[in-house]
Design a protein around this ligand. Structure first.
Ligand SMILES: Cc1ncc(COP(=O)(O)O)c(C=O)c1O
Length: 368
C-alpha cells in the first residue's frame, strides 16, 4: 500500500540505469579523464544535435550559461534586459551580475512571459530579451523573435527547464543567440551535481564561452583572451549526462503520458487549472506538472500531509525579496499564480501506482 510519493527519486532512477552509469564511471575513472576531455566533447556534440544547433558548450551550471550568454552578447552596465517576473531568480541575477538592469514583465496564464507586454517595457537602453521557457513549455518564440528583430534586440533563451520542447519542430535553445540549459539533478536532464550548457549557432559565441569557462584561455595557443571564470562542465558529469541524453526522447514520452493521466483524472475539478495549452505545433515536455489551485497553501499542505511531495515555486515572487532591490511595476498574473501554484510529482522513476495515489489524494481534497 502506497502512502508516500516523492517529488523526484534520484536513487531509484540510478538503479534503473545503473549498468550504463557504472560503465560510464568506470570508463572515465580508469582513463583518468577529468577536465575538458573526450566525454565532454562527445556530450556537447550530442547535445547540439539534440537541440538543433551547431555548437554546445558544457558549463558548470545554468546560471553560468546565462551570465556567459549575456557577456557574449556584449551586455553590461547601462543596458536593460527584459525578463519575466515569474522565473527562477537566476534568470534575473545573471542580468544584475553582468552590470545590466533587469526590466521585469508579467507572465501570461501559461507561466511564460506575456508577449503582449514586452513592447511597452522596451526603452532606448533595452539590449536583449531573456525568454524563459518554464516547466517544459516554451515561451512564444515566433512572436518574441519578431519583436526582437523589429527592435534590434538580442534574444537569450533561458531553456533551463525545457530541454526537448519545441515549437514547429524547432527546439528550445535553438532560436535565440544562445540557449541556456541547467543539468541540476532534478532537471529533465539532471546530472549528479551541478552542470549546464550554452547552445548556439554562432561560432564566435561558442568560442567565447569555451574560453571564458577556462579562465579566458584559448586552449590551443595558451593566450588569455579576457578575464574569465572556472566554470566547465566536469568530464565525469558529461559522461553521465550523455547516458541520460540518449534516453531523453523516450523519457519525455513517459512524462507526457503521466501528464495526460493527470489531465484525464483531474480535469473534472473546476478549481484546478491544469497545464495543458492549445498552441499549434508546441510540445510540452513536462519538466514540471504545475497546476493552480485557488486553495493555495491549504491544497499543497494537504497533499504534503498525505504523503505527496509537491513543489510550490514560488510563493514569494523573487522581486519581492528586498535584498534584490528590484523594481516592482505591478505584475498581477505573477502575484495571483504565486499564491496558487503547486507542482505534482513528475519524473520518469515514478510508477503507475504512485501516480494513482497522487490522483487519489488530490481528488480527496475536493471530497471526490
Ligand atoms: C528557469 C531557470 N533558470 C536558471 C536556472 C539556473 O540553473 P542552475 O541551478 O543550474 O544554475 C534554473 C535552475 O535551477 C532555472 O530553472
Amino acid at each position: 500500500m502506497i502512502n508516500k510519493v516523492r517529488f523526484v527519486e534520484p536513487s531509484k532512477l540510478y538503479l534503473m540505469i545503473k549498468d550504463e552509469l557504472d560503465a560510464a564511471y568506470f570508463d572515465v575513472m580508469s582513463k583518468g579523464e577529468l577536465i575538458d576531455r573526450s566525454h565532454l566533447k562527445k556530450f556537447e556534440e550530442n547535445l547540439a544535435k539534440f537541440v538543433g544547433t551547431k555548437y554546445a558548450v558544457g558549463l558548470n551550471s545554468g546560471y553560468d550559461s546565462l551570465q556567459l550568454s549575456l557577456r557574449a552578447a556584449g551586455i553590461g552596465a547601462g543596458d536593460e534586459v527584459i525578463v519575466p517576473a515569474h522565473t527562477f531568480v537566476a534568470s534575473c541575477s545573471a542580468i544584475v551580475n553582468v552590470g545590466a538592469t533587469p526590466v521585469l514583465v508579467d507572465v501570461a496564464p501559461d507561466f511564460n512571459i506575456d508577449v503582449d507586454k514586452i513592447e511597452e517595457a522596451i526603452t532606448e537602453n533595452t539590449k536583449a530579451i531573456m525568454a524563459v521557457h518554464l516547466s517544459g513549455w516554451m515561451a512564444d518564440m515566433p512572436r518574441i523573435m519578431k519583436i526582437a528583430e523589429k527592435n534590434n534586440l538580442k534574444v537569450i533563451e533561458d531553456a533551463c527547464q525545457s530541454l526537448g520542447s519545441s515549437i514547429n519542430g524547432k527546439g528550445a535553445g535553438s532560436w535565440g543567440l544562445t540557449g541556456c540549459f541547467s543539468f541540476y539533478p532534478f532537471k529533465i536532464l539532471g546530472g549528479y551535481g551541478d552542470g549546464g550548457a550554452i547552445t548556439t549557432n554562432d561560432e564566435n559565441v561558442a568560442t567565447f564561452a569555451r574560453r571564458m569557462r577556462f579562465n579566458g584561455e584559448d586552449r590551443a595557443t595558451g593566450e588569455y583572451c579576457g578575464h574569465g571564470f572556472t566554470c566547465l562542465l566536469d568530464n565525469l558529469q558529461a559522461a553521465f549526462l550523455d547516458v541520460k541524453l540518449a534516453k531523453l526522447p523516450e523519457w519525455i514520452k513517459r512524462r507526457q503520458w503521466i501528464a495526460e493521466k493527470y489531465r484525464q483524472s483531474l480535469s473534472d475539478i473546476p478549481d484546478l487549472l491544469l497545464p495543458h495549452y492549445n498552441r499549434e505545433g508546441s510540445d510540452h515536455v513536462y519538466q514540471n506538472y504545475t497546476l493552480r489551485s485557488k486553495h493555495g497553501n491549504e491544497f499543497s499542505d494537504y497533499l504534503k500531509s498525505n504523503g505527496v511531495e509537491v513543489l510550490t515555486q514560488f510563493r514569494k515572487p523573487y522581486y519581492k525579496h528586498e535584498a534584490l532591490k528590484l523594481v516592482d511595476r505591478g505584475f498581477p498574473e505573477t502575484e495571483a499564480l504565486s499564491r496558487e501554484v503547486c507542482s505534482l510529482p513528475m519524473n520518469v522513476e515514478i510508477d503507475n501506482e504512485e501516480i494513482d495515489y497522487v490522483i487519489k489524494v488530490v481528488r480527496s481534497f475536493y471530497g471526490k
